[in-house]
Structure formats: C-alpha cells, structure tokens
Ligand binder design. Structure first.
Ligand code: NAP
Length: 301
C-alpha cells in the first residue's frame, strides 16, 4: 500500500510529488497521457516568478526533472474511480488496483466545447483547442479565435505570428484577460477584434474548415468570415468525474484552505478545485499545501 497516490502530473501534482518525496512518503504519481498538464502546451509563460519568459513545456520539464531527481515514481494509467475500504483509498485504474492511505487529486481541467454546429465534426480538420499544437498548420492562413479570457487573447497573439490574419470573436465588449495580454494583442497589426459577436456555425468544404458564421449582437447581422482555422478558448471543465467528493455547480472539487475535500484523506490541488485564480503559481502553492496536509493525515492514519 502506498502512503500517497497523486493523480495528475501538472504543476500541482509535480509540486505535491516534490514535497512528498522530501517528506519520505512512499508515493506514486499517476498520469493519464503526458506529464506537464495543460500548461505544457502554452507557448510562453511570463508570470511564473524566477522565469521572466519560458515555454510551458520548458518549465514543466524543469518541474519533472526536479521531482524525478528526488526519486518520484511516475506511472501512466487512467483512474476510473476511488472507493473506500475503511479509511484506505482504493483506486480502480486501467492497470489494476492501487491502495493508498491518502490521495491528492491534481487532474486539472480540459478545454470547454462551444457546442456550435460544425465544431465536433471539424475538430482536427480546422477546429482546434490548442494553438501551440495546431497553430503551425495555419502558417500564412486566416484563423478565428473565440473567447475573451487569458487563453484566447494570449493564444491570439501567438497565432498572429504564424497566421496572416487572426479574428478574435468575443461575446462582450469587455475582456477578462490580463491587461498585459490585451496590450500586446491590441498592438498586433494582424489581429482584428470582433466584440459583441458570437460564433454561430463553422462551415466546411471537402471536409475542412472554410468559413465561420458570426452574429453581431448589436444589430443581429449575421455574416460569413472566410477562415481556415477556428480556435476555441471559452474556458475549462475540470477532470473530476471519477472522484466522489463535494463539487461546485461546474464540477470543480470543493476544498478548504488545507486542500482537504469532503472525504478525509482525499485532497485536491490546482485547476480541478474551486479556486479564484488558475495559474501555475497558485497550482504550485496548492500542491505544496496538499502534500504537507497529506503528510499530517498519514502520520495519524
Ligand atoms: P476564462 O477565463 O474562463 O475565459 C473564458 C472566455 O470564454 C470568457 O471571455 C468568456 O466570456 C468566454 N466564453 C465562455 N463561454 C462562452 C460561450 N458559450 N460563448 C462565447 N464565449 C464564451 O477561460 P481561459 O481563458 O481558458 O482561462 C482559464 C483560467 O486560466 C483563467 O483563470 C485564466 O486567468 C487562466 N490563464 C492564465 C493565463 C496567463 O497567462 N496568466 C493564460 C491562460 C489561462 P465572458 O468573458 O463573457 O464570460
């Protein structure tokens, strides 16, 4: 039986792993696909202290090296559910059962779908949720970015370096993105903002995106815009279905300041929990707290 199973290898999970190794807990970190989490596909990170500018993948490599250097065991498997056998946590995974005294859920979140006609069928054929993964396919072409948060505005700037033209479609006049991201986007020649506009439909010819249908909410005019790519950045959904702990209306796990969930011995950290700020810096703090509180819990197990 493990002392601690950490589920998720993003900033929160890897930080929890570093703290757990230093506390000499018998720990395993399990990850579904790729260590690094969502941030690993971010082009550039400019607000993580100590690194004025570093790629998401570069920063996460450093986290992973640090954790592995301390001997953290990392395995790839998918967790289906967590049940309790007394106070032992039993994880049903794609590779069999794991038992642990404590669990830290650090599974993060994945991009939210918009739900417009054409979106699902054309994903991978011009519709994308990851600019660093798919941006290079649109070199010299026209793309549309949907959303008004940090991801949309930041990725629009990144895409503007590859694409000939970037339309940013946002449903309001006011953006929630950080001011520094906005300033960069507004100063970029080939970005055109379509505020108070919504994407209604994505159209294709021969199976690839050719047009985006947008509606101007101030006047109700509907028009087709010719684009080869549509990048959707309208927020995130937490990856928490497999956990039976109290959650908020959007599915984020509720915790207290000690990262404790409603189930004793199950902790949550990072983007998968209800938190006012989703940043690498805050996920790191969550991971450190969760590991320290898990250590305390394990001592009294
Ligand atoms: P977000 O902050 O939740 O923004 C989502 C955007 O999508 C909002 O502008 C929202 O519009 C719009 N939206 C949501 N549903 C929509 C719909 N059905 N139709 C049209 N538009 C819709 O999500 P995010 O940008 O992915 O960021 C997630 C978190 O990560 C945030 O906390 C963010 O600060 C953080 N993050 C930080 C950085 C950084 O560099 N600091 C980078 C990326 C992400 P409204 O504004 O009208 O609600």
């Amino acid at each position: 039986m493990y002392d601690l199973v950490i589920i998720g290898g993003g900033p929160a999970g890897l930080t929890a792993g570093i703290y757990a190794q230093r506390a000499r807990l018998n720990t395993i970190l399990i990850e579904k696909q790729m260590v690094g989490g969502q941030i690993a596909v971010s082009d550039v990170i400019e607000n993580y202290p100590g690194f004025p500018s570093i790629s998401g993948a570069g920063l996460m490599e450093k986290f992973e090296e640090h954790a592995k250097g301390l001997g953290l065991k990392i395995s790839f498997m998918d967790v289906e559910n967590i049940t309790l056998d007394g106070n032992v946590k039993v994880l049903k995974t794609s590779e069999g059962e794991l038992r642990a005294k404590a669990v830290i859920v650090a599974t993060g979140a994945r991009p939210r779908r918009l739900g417009v006609p054409g979106e699902k069928e054309l994903t991978g054929k011009g519709v994308s949720y990851c600019a660093t993964c798919d941006g290079p396919f649109f070199r010299g072409q026209r793309v549309m970015v949907v959303g008004g948060g940090d991801t949309a505005v930041k990725e629009a700037v990144y895409l503007s370096r590859l694409a000939a033209k970037v339309y940013v479609v946002h449903r309001r006049d006011k953006f929630r993105a950080e001011k520094m991201h906005m300033e960069k986007a507004e100063a970029t020649q080939n970005i055109e903002f379509l505020c108070s506009h919504v994407l209604k439909e994505i159209k294709a010819e021969n199976g690839v995106v050719t047009k985006a249908v947008v509606e101007d909410l101030k006047g109700s005019a509907i028009k087709d815009i010719e684009v080869e790519g549509v990048f959707i950045f309208v927020g995130i959904n937490p990856t928490t279905d497999f956990v039976d702990a109290d959650k908020d209306a959007s599915g984020f796990i509720k915790t207290n300041a000690r990262m404790e969930t409603s189930v004793p011995g199950i902790f949550a950290a990072g983007d998968c929990r209800t938190t006012p700020l989703l940043q690498v810096a805050t996920a790191v703090g969550d991971g450190a707290i969760a590991a320290a509180m898990a250590e305390e819990y394990i001592e009294g197990f």
